[in-house]
Design a protein around this ligand. Structure first.
Ligand code: MN3
Length: 194
């Protein structure tokens, strides 16, 4: 089974004016699709791994019986696939009630999103065993799942996520992004992690 691009639950222009339709379309149909295509290509030789959810591959990356180059490809493109699949679900056009417990982390989360040098993600995650929340960043397409952590909130701070509309102004993008969070969905992740 090949991995496939998940559909969005909203249209590409639904997050305007905070995220423009062009950025959403390119991000979904080009960037995310490319991670999936390269992940599928890397797994061509390993039909038994293609049957697993990509989350399981990332949680267990070190023990996969694959070549080192393929392990790196699974890390980068598998990470790109899960991170974007998650990202689409926590955004939406509907106005939803922010979760007070999580909004407390906004300042720390924003600081992390702005401090991350280069390409990566900022996250609010829960520890798998204790459920303790913390803010973190990952580089490139690394996923918190690789460290046994569950994402609750996450923002893509690669330039491709905001450059069309915001150019160099990552801070404005990060601030505006809070307007498109689908708190209903975030609440589901938060509950599941507790
Ligand atoms: Mn991206």
């Amino acid at each position: 089974m090949k991995y496939t691009l998940p559909k969005l639950n909203y249209s590409y222009d639904a997050l305007e004016p905070y995220i423009d339709a062009k950025t959403m379309e390119i991000h979904h149909t080009k960037h995310h699709q490319a991670y999936i295509d390269k992940l599928n290509a890397a797994l061509d030789k390993y039909p038994e791994l293609q049957k697993k959810p990509v989350e399981d591959l990332l949680k267990d990356l070190d023990s996969l019986k694959v070549d080192d180059a393929d392990r790196t490809a699974i890390r980068n493109h598998g990470g790109g696939h899960v991170n974007h699949s998650f990202f689409w679900t926590i955004m939406g056009p509907q106005k939803t009630e922010p979760i007070v417990d999580l909004v407390k982390y906004k300042e720390e989360f924003t600081k992390a999103a702005l401090s991350d040098f280069g390409s990566g993600w900022a996250w609010l995650v829960a520890d798998n065993s204790s459920g303790t929340l913390k803010v973190m960043t990952t580089s490139n397409q690394d996923s918190p799942l690789m460290q046994g952590l569950k994402p609750i909130l996450g923002i893509d701070v690669w330039e491709h996520a905001y450059y069309v509309l915001y150019r160099w102004e990552r801070a404005k993008y990060v601030e505006n992004w809070w307007n498109v969070i689908n708190w209903q969905q975030v609440k589901n992740y938060y509950k599941a992690a507790k």
